[in-house]
Design a protein around this ligand. Sequence first.
Ligand SMILES: *[C@@H]1O[C@H](CO)[C@@H](O)[C@H](O)[C@H]1NC(C)=O
Ligand SMILES: *[C@@H]1O[C@H](CO)[C@@H](O)[C@H](O)[C@H]1NC(C)=O
Ligand SMILES: *[C@@H]1O[C@H](CO)[C@@H](O)[C@H](O)[C@H]1NC(C)=O
Ligand SMILES: *[C@@H]1O[C@H](CO)[C@@H](O)[C@H](O)[C@H]1NC(C)=O
Ligand SMILES: *[C@@H]1O[C@H](CO)[C@@H](O)[C@H](O)[C@H]1NC(C)=O
Ligand SMILES: *[C@@H]1O[C@H](CO)[C@@H](O)[C@H](O)[C@H]1NC(C)=O
Ligand SMILES: *[C@@H]1O[C@H](CO)[C@@H](O)[C@H](O)[C@H]1NC(C)=O
Ligand SMILES: *[C@@H]1O[C@H](CO)[C@@H](O)[C@H](O)[C@H]1NC(C)=O
Ligand SMILES: *[C@@H]1O[C@H](CO)[C@@H](O)[C@H](O)[C@H]1NC(C)=O
Length: 349
Amino acid sequence: MIPLPLLSLILLSFLYSVYAVAGGEGTYANAAVEGAQIIDNSTHIPTGFYTFRHVETNKYLQFIDFQNQIVPTQGENSTVFNGTLFTVKWHGDKNYSIQHVNHANLLKCLSTRWDHTRGSDDAGVAWQCEVDNKTIDKPDFDIYPNFHGVYNASLPRPLHGGKGHGKREDTNTSHHHQSERRFVNTYEAIRPDKQQWLFMRADPSASFDWTNVAFDPTTGKNQYSGDIIQPNRKEKRNSGSHLVYLVSAAHLWNMRSRCLHPTASYVFDFTPNNTGVTNLDFCHWGNQSLLWEMTLWKPKDFVLGEEPNPAFVHPEVSVWAVFGSGYPVETLTLWSCLLFVSLIAWICH
Ligand SMILES: *[C@@H]1O[C@H](CO)[C@@H](O)[C@H](O)[C@H]1NC(C)=O
Ligand SMILES: *[C@@H]1O[C@H](CO)[C@@H](O)[C@H](O)[C@H]1NC(C)=O
Ligand SMILES: *[C@@H]1O[C@H](CO)[C@@H](O)[C@H](O)[C@H]1NC(C)=O
Ligand SMILES: *[C@@H]1O[C@H](CO)[C@@H](O)[C@H](O)[C@H]1NC(C)=O
Ligand SMILES: *[C@@H]1O[C@H](CO)[C@@H](O)[C@H](O)[C@H]1NC(C)=O
Ligand SMILES: *[C@@H]1O[C@H](CO)[C@@H](O)[C@H](O)[C@H]1NC(C)=O
Ligand SMILES: *[C@@H]1O[C@H](CO)[C@@H](O)[C@H](O)[C@H]1NC(C)=O
Ligand SMILES: *[C@@H]1O[C@H](CO)[C@@H](O)[C@H](O)[C@H]1NC(C)=O
Ligand SMILES: *[C@@H]1O[C@H](CO)[C@@H](O)[C@H](O)[C@H]1NC(C)=O
């Protein structure tokens, strides 16, 4: 015979587990496991200046100075030039930021945007760098002199923020919320993880080799084993290329991981100054559609804005955190075991 308090405890824990699974569209039961795998599958890379080319579409991730956008650009002229060259800095662990400077010499970081209505990270946007804003490190070379890049002027134009401009025609009338929403900056304060990205290898068993350079996470500096390759776009001279998934470090431990997806969105909700953004989609290892070729045009050592933490730190997952994040089977098993043990103890008593 099971005593009543024990029975109600069993019932309660069962109900809680069911509720936790059914209730949270946002949280993901397997996040801690997959998060750790993603970190294992990711790699250190030399710091320096990189381009990111989407493998299937040949679109380059581009910083567009007009109102600070980061989108994959379309067209034949999507290529390597200063608009597609990003400064990649290290922030400890396998976390990096992807930065670009705008015409006003302000530092912008590829940042993860949180969408309130869907309760998920939905896009990569250009936002002021807060994770590492101490030094501005523009490329110290011009890979494609006098080239200004492709920007399809017939795409919906970002709108100017502020009051008095609200009368502009909606570019997407099917979004009825849009006109109330678009000028409201509901973008959350930046936490460091929102401006950090992981480079998950397409083939996690392969180590990334770069020509004459490797990254040393114990010092946070590049180690050179020969002359730095001088970049040359026409001759395709660079320090090497590798295939990666660009994983957002935000919500790695409690939600499904998000990867940069090579489509621009011009649905203006939630964006500072209503700019174009790059969509995020669920990471799915083995899915070619999420693969980017990152090319190191020139390695460079940077001063970090934050004290780097070279030790890889595994997150501490408490029993309560596990319980709260809604492990269905594990939680039930854990609680059943506990209850069974106490039941035996109670019987033997
Ligand atoms: C591509 O770039 C060339 C040279 O700058 C320019 O003449 C041409 O119009 C561009 N094409 C497109 C589609 O932007
Ligand atoms: C790197 O990102 C992961 C995932 O967000 C986080 O747990 C870890 O603390 C970060 N490391 C550093 C040094 O910021
Ligand atoms: C860097 O970021 C910190 C924290 O957000 C801010 O207080 C500081 O003013 C920023 N510095 C620069 C140079 O933008
Ligand atoms: C790239 O460099 C050209 C000059 O070569 C300049 O006109 C342009 O504004 C730069 N673009 C960006 C995004 O820095
Ligand atoms: C520019 O965008 C318009 C509207 O989406 C599209 O019809 C057109 O094909 C695009 N042009 C180029 C060169 O990509
Ligand atoms: C307009 O909104 C609809 C519905 O969300 C979407 O399918 C479509 O892609 C949007 N069009 C543009 C140009 O953003
Ligand atoms: C928004 O636009 C204003 C005015 O053009 C500019 O000062 C500000 O830096 C922009 N904000 C962002 C986040 O780009
Ligand atoms: C990590 O890589 C392995 C292959 O080595 C793959 O099976 C696994 O799904 C990857 N994990 C994640 C979370 O992408
Ligand atoms: C692969 O990724 C693309 C882009 O995010 C997505 O549309 C597609 O559903 C994914 N396929 C699988 C099998 O996950």
